[in-house]
Design a binder for this molecule. Structure first.
Ligand code: C2E
Ligand code: MG
Ligand code: MG
Length: 738
């Protein structure tokens, strides 16, 4: 504010003059003509920059400048004789410390710049007043004389500045600085009290593209809506802040249950992935979430946020739209990802990528009608790497255009060699789709291979609709003009909307495997929804393909729902061009569906070494498979059914388990508490045992405050014998138990 400076000067000047007239002021009498001084003060009063007041010995007003009297209540006439104290609210601020006006006046003390709030004023009005007691020649107290200025505007300004420093001006959420402070204070207090606190980092997927295509004002409007949705989902349990750009942070005190946190993260991702209406445009973004929990994943706010950040990085690296919890091996995997990016660059340059072709089969006739080209990368050291992992890396590292162009050329060249009329479907990244040069790539690939355009199908995900702009429509028209087919891929994930189907010229809808997977579960409504999709597709003249069908029960369901085509392991995995040609030799490939009858409670097969704790002994065992309710373990002999022990999955993840089946070195166990999703297709314990408790149990824990000494330490009895023999103990002299 431009008048902030002169205001201060005036206050200094005025305080001086005011206090002079409040005292006997011999200096004024000697050097300045009293009439001049009076005129000067009168001019000053009229300028309304400041005012004067005086009281009698009882504290009642004997003088008050007219201008301020009208603000304080009804003009000087009405106020004279009234108590000075009654003009203001009781609380006051200023250099008189916490002393209030009544106290000061009773004590007959001199005071300077005491900030008081006018009691009778309708609008908020703050005044800064100064005063001195005055006495007669014999020293009898006569009353106060003083001055005042209006500081309302100044106060408002400094409050605004304080607010600006604390809050994000766009969304009104707390900003990075205030959140960092709050988190640090919370964690410091919680360390003492051994309480937990979770931090969630939320990053918007594809926000940058929206900002670039629709402009910054639209981006801002979108961020505001994101903030509103976040506040709504998080509610009272946590505090939301905007770190800047499209990054948000949520602090959740006393929260360490990963089941609850995972549910909240899913809700956030779901809510932020719903379509937005921004300045008349419809647009769609996604969100990724990384989470870390104190004290497990960090004790200071800096460490905790760093951990959450790594988890976020992993979530984005795993295909976006996901959540991840921090785990120690992420440090390594962030580095891995960087190396992978370099290797991918080389692989593309050296032509080391290959295409495999997965049959798309007519579910009634079992005849293969097309193939989806899926890129394969056999890394020289790391073996086969999933495109689910490296495609997002290629998108981030600006490699997708080159990769995508190669895939289309190669797929067209291969398909041109197939006997018969089978189609080839190629996946197209939204980044390719948004490029004006894309139709040229199609022309070149068709031209070079001689493939008929109607045999090429482009698979596009809903990501291309993130901003419904004229360019999107123009690209659809350009592609349709070339007579290639268009398929909507991964329908049923994220933000599916039937409205796309009516406006975009698709020839096929591919129903995502996650949608199909749930459909066979009792009580699922997915079946009913698939029926609706099929009916709509038929009405619009589109085919439907169900993706990822693995089991016979899924296959039956899908066929009964009249889905026209099936792609999944129930028919075949993706095969090489050579195997494809062998099978297509007669011009037609017919496959009988085969596979397991149904999914087993999502048991994950694995070979994972963990610790098992029974009484005072720690054993090393291997988990062969794992589900939310139980596991199959290997490594101990003669463990009776009913035995209870603890499985230590590491990082404080302890699960109490009971043996339900026992056969030689293999035991089926059941967990006391169900495991929960780790957001990445794996499982983790809902809660972790605090590192404080583990230290008290006498085990080493790295993540504790420096100098922390457990209060009670359980003495371990080293004399008792282990109850079970392990596979490693076994020697040929003992008969090996069957
Ligand atoms: P998508 O386009 O949805 O491809 C189908 C994915 O489902 C393939 O995974 C396929 O192997 C898998 N799948 C098929 N049947 C089954 C089944 O019965 N069970 C299970 N569990 N999975 C099944 P893949 O090859 O790992 O590809 C993953 C994703 O990577 C693709 O999903 C696609 O989005 C992307 N991708 C692959 N190749 C390319 C490419 O050339 N360009 C681009 N932009 N993306 C590609
Ligand atoms: Mg696909
Ligand atoms: Mg798909």
């Amino acid at each position: 504010m431009e008048n902030a400076e002169p205001f201060h000067d005036t206050r200094g000047f005025f305080d001086k003059i005011g206090s002079r007239i409040g005292s006997q002021a011999p200096a004024v009498a000697h050097h300045i003509n009293p009439t001049d001084a009076l005129l000067l003060l009168q001019n000053y009063e009229e300028s309304e920059q400041g005012w004067f007041w005086s009281t009698d010995a009882a504290g009642n007003l004997t003088y008050i400048t007219e201008a301020i009297a009208s603000v304080l209540g009804g003009g000087s006439r009405a106020l004279l004789g009234k108590s000075m104290v009654s003009l203001f609210h009781k609380t006051a601020e200023g250099d008189a410390g916490s002393r209030t006006l009544p106290f000061i006046l009773t004590k007959k003390m001199k005071f300077n710049s005491l900030e008081v709030k006018a009691a009778a004023s309708q609008d908020e009005c703050w005044l800064s007043i100064s005063g001195r007691p005055h006495h007669d020649r014999s020293g009898n107290f006569l009353g106060f004389r003083g001055s005042g200025i209006d500081v309302t505007a100044q106060r408002r300004l400094s409050l605004d500045t304080a607010r600006l420093a604390m809050f994000d001006s766009l969304t009104g959420l707390a900003n990075r600085a205030s959140m960092a402070k709050k988190l640090e204070t919370t964690l410091t207090a919680y360390r003492q009290q051994k309480r937990t606190c979770a931090v969630m980092l939320v990053d918007l997927d594809r926000f940058k593209q929206i900002n670039d295509t629709l402009g910054h004002p639209a981006g801002d409007a979108l961020l505001k809506q994101v903030a509103e949705r976040l506040l709504k989902v998080v509610g009272q349990g946590g505090e939301v802040c905007r770190l800047g750009g499209d990054e948000f942070q949520i602090m959740l005190p006393d929260c360490d249950d990963r089941g609850i946190l995972g549910d909240l993260a899913s809700k956030i991702i779901g809510s932020l992935s719903q379509p937005y209406s921004v300045e008349g445009n419809r647009c769609i973004i996604g969100a990724s979430v990384g989470m870390a929990i104190s004290p497990f994943d960090g004790l200071t706010s800096e460490d905790l946020v760093k951990s959450a950040d790594l988890a976020l990085y992993e979530a984005k690296g795993n295909g976006r739209g996901r959540f991840r919890f921090y785990s120690k091996d992420m440090q390594q995997s962030a580095e891995d990802r960087r190396l992978l990016e370099e290797d991918l660059r080389d692989a593309i340059a050296q032509g080391a990528l290959e295409l495999a072709y997965q049959p798309i089969v007519n579910a009634k006739s079992n005849i293969v009608e097309g193939f989806e080209a899926l890129v394969r990368w056999n890394h020289p050291e790391r073996g086969h790497i999933s495109p689910g992992l490296f495609i997002p890396i290629a998108e981030d590292a600006n490699l997708i255009w080159e990769l995508g162009e190669w895939a289309i050329r190669q797929a067209c060249a291969d398909a041109a060699k197939w006997p018969g009329k089978a189609r080839v479907a190629v996946n197209v990244s939204p980044i390719q789709f948004a490029n004006d040069l894309f139709p040229g790539v199609i022309d070149a690939a068709l031209g070079a291979s001689g493939l008929a355009s109607e045999r090429l199908e482009l698979e596009i995900t809903e990501g291309v609709f993130m901003a419904e702009t004229n360019e999107t429509n123009a690209m659809f028209q350009a592609l349709k003009g070339r007579n290639v087919r268009l398929a909507l891929d991964d329908f049923g994930t994220g933000y599916s909307s039937l409205s796309y189907l009516q406006t975009a010229p698709f020839d096929k809808i591919k129903i995502d495997q996650s949608f199909v997977r749930g459909a066979t579960e009792p009580g699922s409504r997915n079946g009913a929804i698939i029926t609706a999709i099929v009916a709509l597709a038929e009405a619009l003249g589109m085919d439907t393909t169900a993706e990822g069908i693995e089991t016979l029960d899924e296959f039956e369901l899908i066929r009964n729902l009249q889905v026209s085509h099936v792609q999944g392991f129930v028919y075949s995995k993706a095969v090489s061009q050579q195997v494809l040609l062998e099978n297509l030799e007669d011009g037609q490939w017919k496959i009988e569906p085969s596979g397991p009858a149904h999914h087993r409670n999502d048991r994950l097969s694995m070979y994972r070494k963990v610790r098992m704790i029974h009484e005072n002994h720690v054993y090393s065992i291997v988990i062969r498979n794992l589900s939310v309710t139980g596991a199959l373990i290997d490594g101990l002999y003669d463990v009776p059914v009913g035995t209870k022990f603890v499985i230590d999955f590491g990082e404080g993840q302890l699960a109490l388990a009971t043996v339900t089946r026992s056969n030689g070195s293999l035991q089926g166990i059941q967990f006391e508490t169900r495991l929960v999703s780790d957001g990445n297709g794996g499982l983790c314990t809902s809660r972790r045992v605090s590192p404080y408790l583990i230290a008290e149990a006498g085990l080493d824990v790295p993540n504790l405050p420096a100098g922390y000494v457990p209060t009670t330490k359980i003495e371990r009895d080293s004399l008792s014998l282990p109850a079970f023999s392990t596979v490693a103990d076994w020697t040929p002299t003992k008969a090996r138990p069957k």
